[in-house]
Design a protein around this ligand. Structure first.
Ligand code: MF3
Ligand code: CO
Ligand code: CO
Length: 269
């Protein structure tokens, strides 16, 4: 396709063509299938490095590319964020314990298209407080997605997420956001998970981006550890996240990263 003729809005957001959605579908599907597969590996006693190694090997076996290995010096095929880790947890020697909750985030490149998605998992039995957090986080993402249609704004997405989370007396992380993607990993706009209805760029058919709310049981503030990646809640409260890659259609949106196994929300069932 002729890159020079791609339309870019005044906010710097690329408008993709219908044919491009096929590329996103393929990439999103691979990322989602890998997240389906890892569910079997998440259990007490497993290390996050073992899970990441499986993901690396599965990406290789499928003949696709990890978007995160080599990205700004990152060395792994996934981010695995356990308990009070908000995002960008680095896989390593950490041994999962009964009741730990974790987000696994995978981004793959398939024929030049990026598929970016994450879900929550639990090792062993799910504590009730963590279950509520996970339910609210998933529902906040789905409410954000329900606001995606031409004529709505990015502020409508943020507002849908924030108002639902705060009604449930939890907090939305402000320090990280969703992003445009497509043939690149991170592009305009910043997709905020909070905001005022009717504000921000207007959604148009052909926009492709992620929505990936991070929700804390306690306060929203985060800090990044000395490894320069791992973001944690400042108050050590539990945090959860779900992420889909979506494209705006004429009447709403298409989710590229649906789980073929029907295991997006409750991965442990
Ligand atoms: N997948 C993450 C996102 O949702 C980005 C991870 S970048 C990494 O945007 F380098 F930390 F892997
Ligand atoms: Co993302
Ligand atoms: Co991601």
């Amino acid at each position: 396709m002729d890159e020079t003729r791609a339309r870019i809005t005044r906010d710097g957001i690329r408008i993709y063509e219908e044919a491009d959605y096929a590329g996103m579908r393929a990439a999103g599907r691979v990322a989602a299938e890998i997240l389906d597969q890892v569910a079997a590996l998440v259990k007490p006693g497993a290390t996050t490095a073992e899970i990441d190694t499986f993901i690396t090997e599965e990406i290789e076996r499928r003949g696709v590319i990890s978007a995160t290995i080599g990205y700004k010096g990152y060395k792994h095929a996934s981010c695995i964020s356990v308990n009070h880790v908000v995002c960008h947890g680095i896989p390593g020697a950490k041994v999962l314990a009964d009741g730990d909750i974790l987000n696994i985030d995978v981004t793959v490149i398939v024929d030049g298209w990026f598929g970016d998605t994450s879900r929550m998992y639990v090792a062993g039995a799910l504590p009730r407080k963590a279950e509520r957090l996970i339910e609210v986080t998933h529902e906040s993402l789905m409410r954000g997605i329900a606001a995606v249609k031409p004529g709505n704004t990015f502020g409508d997405i943020g507002h849908a997420i924030q108002s639902y989370v705060e009604q449930n007396r939890m907090s939305v992380v402000r320090d990280f956001c969703g992003h445009g993607l497509g043939r690149v990993f991170h592009a305009p706009p910043n997709v905020l998970h909070y905001g005022r209805a009717g504000t921000g760029p207007v959604l148009e058919e052909g926009m492709i981006f992620t929505i990936e709310p991070m929700v804390n049981l306690g306060r929203p503030e985060t800090k990044v550890l000395a490894d320069d990646w791992t973001a944690v809640t400042r108050d050590k409260s539990l945090s959860a996240q779900y992420e889909h890659s979506v494209g705006v259609t004429a009447t709403g949106c298409e989710i590229f990263t649906l789980s073929p196994a029907g295991k997006f929300f409750r991965t442990w069932e």
